[in-house]
Design a protein around this ligand. Sequence first.
Ligand code: 6GU
Length: 232
Amino acid sequence: MNYHVLTLFPEMIEQGMGHSITGRAIKNEHIHLNVMNIRDFTENKHRKVDDYPYGGGAGMVMQPQPVYASYEKAKEIIQQQGGSKKTKVIYLTPQGRTFNQEIAKDLAKEENLIFLCGHYEGIDERVLEEIVDENISIGDYVLTGGELAALVMMDAIARLVPEVLHNDISAEIESFSDGLLEYPQYTRPVEWHGKKVPEILLSGHHANIEAWRKEQSYKRTLERRPDLLENN
Ligand code: 6GU
């Protein structure tokens, strides 16, 4: 999986991806992260990336030229890496369809994902028309820019790349993969603050433990996210 991020805040992306499981996946080269600073592609001496909106109104709009030039550079890098055609350009915007696990699974099949992060009041519509394949939102609230949304998507997609969670089969059994929430987990000590670990988990009876966990998953889903059961 090759991630390319077009952004005005490259350090936000590098920091956000540089830790924990995504950090290790990048280090191990299971995931490649190419972050491009849109400002590096400006052609004016003040490196200005935005201007006033035609027709008036609040805020500034990102100009098409540096956005397009950064996109072309990302495509050039993709060509150099072997020229795979399996590439999607995603614009992070509250106007997009809402990201979910199903979209994450689909996008995990791509070889290159280009994330375009906007700021200010948005990006000139003409460049969006030319380069964007998919508009995606991460939920019904407004962020100051697309970077946090891109990080959310890259994290969710990374853990579906087969090599990334190598250590166990957790991606398969975790929340949402069977449409249910996870069962509760316990570790040592066996008693804490007067609360004991459920006896069955100490029994060593694997079939009973599995049945108990399935029941807990179902009960928990019914209580906390009944909407998830409606399709089952
Ligand atoms: Cl993708 N971008 C912004 N700016 N706000 C959002 C969002 C994206 N998803 C939810 N809110």
